[in-house]
Design a protein. Sequence first.
Length: 127
Amino acid sequence: MGRKGCTGTLVQKMGSGIGQLRSSIRSVVQRRWVVLAVQLICSFGAAKVNTCYNAIDYHIESGRGSQTALIYDSPVTNTVRKYTFLQMQDEVAKVAGALHARGVGKGDRVLIYMPMIPEGACPYSPS
């Protein structure tokens, strides 16, 4: 019968065990996401999440500032650039400073069009 027959026989022998296995895997994955969600650092009271802190500052405080945070790999321009968490923190601070200098404050809405370059991630991080 070949491989196909062996696989079919194995599946038949397992029967409902496969359904139980799938259910068990789904349960483990869902529990893992709950754990990760709980680990998000909430700040500023009232359980508001500081995205910049979670994405960059937390990793620097945890001693991973010199580790790679972002890899830009463009097949179009044949360019590869890597940014550490410390470099990303500096880039985000520059964008935040530029926005602040133009009068942008907390609660303001800003539309920024950026091409697909690494600097495009920086405007989304200031809090």
